[in-house]
Design a binder for this molecule. Sequence first.
Ligand code: SF4
Length: 429
Amino acid sequence: MTKSRLENVICPFCGCLCDDIVLELEEGRIVANENGCAISKSKFLNHLKDRMNTPSVRIDGEFVSVDLGKAIKVAAGILASARRPLVYGLSSTENDAHREAYRIAEEIGGVVDNTSSVCHGPTVIGSQESGEIHGSLGEVRNRADLIVYWGANPQFAHPRHLNRFVRAPGIYNETRELWVVDIRKSVTAGVADRFIQIEPGHDMEILGTMRALLRGHTLDVEQVGGLPIASIHDMVQTMKATKYGILFFGLGLSQSRGKHRNVDAAIRLIQDLNQYTRWAMLPMRGHYNVTGANKTSTWQTGYPFAVDYSRSYPRYQPGEYTAIDLIRRGEVDAILNVAADPAAHFPGSIVSKLSKIPIINLDPKQNMTSLLAAVNIPTAMSGIEADGAASRMDGLPLYLKKCVEPPPGVKSDRDILRLILKEIRRSGS
Ligand code: SF4
């Protein structure tokens, strides 16, 4: 029996992109995952489960298996003849696939949006308004003495975040304090040194109050957002006295009432704190390469998401060219969905509209979207069966390894996208 061991493998699941995974292989199959969390183990050990076996095309409501060439032709035909095509997803695939997706969007005069429009899009907009005070996860691990999670529950969504970057021994920080600010006592709040429970929808007021107190103003109210002024004052004084603080924030801040204004308020608080000491802030990015999707989109189109090529040049307008808004208004007449499952994550009213739009679905596995699709094309799983670059939640680029061969005949996202683009160009010439 041929056995091998792969070290320093990067886990392609969440934005931590843990780069210390050790895989045991037998006869070219992954049989063990060391160091990974439960999610990582499941992703690597079950990568062959629930796969889409062959390309398929829906004919009279039934899926018919076809060869790859036929699936590419049908997909290219749908996209080339669409009036308002949408290219969507991209957060669970690697950067070269992104480039090919942007090329297709430009070629067909479509809109290209990634999943950040339903997660940290407001974070990006907040940063465009007020700037970014970034720190790296390495800095956090080695320097931070006060860590705050605001509206984030990493013990659930990023299981190794605390162990790798917060609890692991650092070089300069002998003692560390962990706070959680949230509307309910989450699993992470249960392991924090201090849990600060706030009322839902009051994040921006609390952040504004913190700024006012930091600047020495006195306020004639007794509480804000469920917190007594005295405890907000105490929070601010502790944050001011810290040597290196980091504010990690999740969708509890970016997607609650106020959205990008919440993020804007947090950025301005961190800017103010930097007049006294060192503070940084980082979004807790979910999909492993959603940060990369924002970066590659910005490199190639000039904008991080919600990019419209209908006038041949890129235009950017969140709320106008974001996937859900386009679908809600009934504008979209074809979707190229790459490495995402919108049918499982979009609101029900949008999913019922999705079911009436021809979808070309590229994914390794069967999912909710594959059930609605007009064309399904199986792809290799990036980071396990295909290599490529991805960006960690702090922006650090890392190179994903190809650990095993994909199932026979299955190509990477970037190769399938290249074939679709080639066919669009061929059929249009
Ligand atoms: S924390 Fe995230 S990246 Fe790290 S092993 Fe778990 S799922 Fe993978």
